[in-house]
Design a protein around this ligand. Sequence first.
Ligand SMILES: [Zn+2]
Ligand SMILES: [Zn+2]
Length: 387
Amino acid sequence: MPIVNRVADLHAEITAWRRDIHAHPELQYDVHRTAASVADKLKSFGCDEVVTGIGRTGVVGVIRGRKDGGKVVGLRADMDALPIEEATNLAYKSTVPGKMHACGHDGHTAMLLGAAKYLADTRNFAGTAVMIFQPAEEGGAGAKAMLRDGLLDRFGIQEVFGMHNYPGMPVGEFAIRPGPMMASTDSILINLEGKGTHAAFPHMGVDTVLVGAQIVNALQSIVARNVDPLDAAVISITVFQAGEADNVIPQYAKLRGTVRCLSAKVREQLRERVREVVEGTARLHGATANLTYRSGYPILVNDEGRTAFAASIADEIAGKDKVNRDAPPLMGAEDFAYMLEERPGAFIYVGNGDSAMLHHPAYDFNDDAIPVGTSYWVRLAETALAG
Ligand SMILES: [Zn+2]
Ligand SMILES: [Zn+2]
């Protein structure tokens, strides 16, 4: 496997960084220790510019090539952990109760740092590589916060690339696809009001438990009977809270859930139908429903040309037979989608081997993937910026 030689030499050092980040997980925008350590390292590598505080705690490292001309390419990693109690016996296990790196962002950050070290050292390219370290990927839209702070214009970024590890796919393999690859994720909150009453006299009230149950059922008819069967959509009600006692029909109920899909057309259809079904079902039973529909992460759409380019880099690292160019789209979401809405680019999966699933308490990023992911980053930068 043509792992870049100098990257192979950095394997132990990058692994040590990864394990240090793993032992000190931080959530959302509170990635102060991680961001400070990233900024220190970028400075020590000799990056031309290191800027902190973009998107609150995001960090950017700018590396200019030594050849003339060339464009500006952004490479992005995420730094945040999850509110999960780690269930491993690793020597570098989380030292913070209730927090852990269960999505491998420790590995993503370490690999991009490794690439920064290599690129700052060699600068064998034209143009500029912008290393982007974002906070709050896990539900906090850290990518959007960095965009709002002018990330793309400030550094003149023309293309963006991202990477995520993928449990179950062997180390040394990649997967990617052009077009929609991950889902939009919108959230719904339904506050139901009926009429509370004694449970022995249901006819005297309006039962929000029954109405809520009807709503849960009716929402599934949207996926089954309104959305084209050849389009993907998920509606999951994940919270249903009502009542306190056996003998009371509750006046209020609260439901929450997630709505996901892979096309703008379906996203609009879901938004309309969810409102009609929730409000209509409540009205039918004499209750009222107050629906809050919040737009979350956009659909992650890979640019066709940049996807072919990214796959060709993966081919170079892993070998053609180890790169799946037709990865099935997932209904999971990723806030790198915000960056891809603004600039063409591509998001790729790198194999994490036989590990626990993402967000599982026994998950661990596979350090064997470090040379693969880091080599991908450096070859991608050197090729995109060949001049
Ligand atoms: Zn995650
Ligand atoms: Zn993740």
